[in-house]
Every structure is written in structure tokens, then in C-alpha cells.
Design a protein around this ligand. Structure first.
Ligand code: ZN
Length: 263
């Protein structure tokens, strides 16, 4: 059940859906991010490709805030399509960037658990792979290895992260070694990054699914982690790729396991 969010604003290249009182889902053709904007401030979860900065700024504007208002950025995992905007905000505004402690090496680019040119070339014969690769190359701004050297583990207050929105963080590794999901339980919203997705250009499947194995550091573990997403009581699941899932997280996880990965 992929339904319609309460409100949405279509901007050139990015659509911003308001999924709860304070949470907005920014959806682009290639990757998504999430903006929490509440009385306690603004938190960004993931941040698009470096080449999507204009879209990131437009999405913040749609919510009525600017880049300098972002108090903190949470990164589900350190892939180029999730931390491009964070690298810019950290450099330009000194915005703190946080990820799970196990993911910091990826975010800082001490290591790179990401599909490389070899993997893409080996799979180039599969439908969708070449068009996907050609579309994303310009979005990398020539920096597939872009990282955020200043990234740290999030400041905690009890079980919650001490940033606006106060989400909980849970490790769901496999896609990368420190991939995390962020749950805003007051809003009933779970931000899942690439633990499961609802659509991807390299897949003919529709709805909750796993990314193709080429994208995972450990595909077996990624499958287990997609199942673990189902233990959340969230009513909205916001993936890194594809549409928002409006319905129980348990149903999203079940559907993703049923669909599996395209290859
Ligand atoms: Zn991704």
C-alpha cells in the first residue's frame, strides 16, 4: 500500500511530501532525504548527491527553512547518494554530521563499502544498469569518493539522539557495516535509508524490495536486516529510493522479503 501523503509540493526535480506534523519526505528520481522541522529545530536525515545541492536547498525552502537552519544531519550510511549535501553543509556552515559508530569509517571515507566501477561493469548487461550509471555520474560532481571527515557518532540523551526530533537509532547492517535506521516515534515515522527500498532504476520490481546484491556489502545480512525493520511500530516508512510507504513497517518488511532483490 503505497498511498498519498497528506500534502505535497512539487518543485523542479524534487517533491516534498509532508508525512506527519513535523516530517517532510523529499523525493527525487534518484534518491530521497527527510527533513524534520519542529519547534525544537531542524534535522536532516540523508542529503542526496553532491550534484543535487540545488534540490536540497529547494526542499528546505519548501519547508520554510534554509541550509543554515539545519542543526544536525543524520546519515543512514556513507554512500555518495546519501551524503553529498552533508559534505557541503558541514563545510559551508559547520553543520554537525552524525552516523552510527560502525558507519563512521565509510562516512569519513577511511573505507568505501560501495559498488565500484568493476561491479557496475560486470553487471552492465542487466536491464537498467547502464542508464542508471549514466544518470548518476554527473550527480557525483567527479567525486565518487566524497566523504565527511568531521562526522561523529550522534550525541545521545538516554536512548534517543540529542538532535531536533530526538529519533532513536538502530543498526541494520548489511548494505554497509554500520547502516542505521532512524525512528521518530512521536511521529510514527521510520527512516530506513537503503535497508529496504520501494523502487530503483536497476530493478523491474515495484514496492518494498531489497536493492540488487551488487549494492550491498553483505547481501545475506542485508536481507536479515530488512526483516528486522519489521519490528518497528512505525506507520510510515521512508526509504532512500522510491516512494514513501504509508502503512505499518511490519508490512513493508514482509513485502520486501517476499519480493527479495531483483538480482
Ligand atoms: Zn542509496
Amino acid at each position: 500500500m503505497v498511498g498519498r501523503a497528506r500534502e505535497h509540493r512539487a518543485l523542479d526535480g524534487v517533491r516534498v511530501d509532508r508525512v506527519s506534523a513535523d516530517i517532510h519526505f523529499a523525493h527525487t528520481e534518484h534518491v530521497n532525504w527527510v527533513i524534520y522541522s519542529g519547534p525544537d529545530g531542524v534535522t536532516l536525515v540523508d542529503s542526496g548527491y553532491a550534484g543535487q545541492r540545488v534540490l536540497l536547498e529547494a526542499s528546505l525552502g519548501a519547508v520554510g527553512v534554509g541550509p543554515a537552519d539545519v542543526a544536525a544531519i543524520l546519515i543512514t550510511h556513507g554512500h555518495a547518494d546519501h551524503l553529498g549535501g552533508a559534505a557541503w553543509l558541514a563545510e559551508e556552515f559547520g553543520t554537525p554530521v552524525h552516523a552510527h559508530p560502525f558507519e563512521l569509517a565509510n562516512v569519513r571515507r577511511d573505507i568505501l563499502e560501495q559498488a565500484g566501477t568493476g561491479g557496475v561493469l560486470r553487471n552492465a548487461w542487466r536491464p537498467g544498469v547502464v542508464p542508471w550509471a549514466l544518470a548518476i555520474v554527473p550527480l557525483l560532481n567527479g567525486r565518487a569518493d566524497l566523504g565527511v571527515p568531521s562526522a561523529t557518532a550522534p550525541p545521545m540523551r538516554g536512548e534517543r539522539i540529542d538532535v531536533p526530533g530526538q529519533p532513536r537509532m538502530r543498526l541494520v547492517d548489511g548494505h554497509t557495516s554500520g547502516h542505521a535506521v532512524f525512528e521518530f516515534d512521536d511521529e510514527g515515522v521510520l527512516v530506513v535509508g537503503d535497508a529496504l527500498v520501494t523502487r530503483h532504476r536497476t530493478s523491474p520490481l515495484l514496492g518494498p524490495q531489497l536493492l540488487a546484491s551488487m549494492f550491498h556489502h553483505d547481501a545475506g545480512r542485508a536481507r536479515e536486516s530488512a526483516g528486522a525493520v519489521g519490528s518497528s511500530t512505525a506507520r510510515f516508512v521512508l526509504p532512500g529510493h522510491g516512494e514513501a510507504w504509508i502503512g505499518p513497517a511490519s508490512a513493508a518488511a514482509e513485502a520486501a522479503l517476499d519480493a527479495g532483490a531483483p538480482w
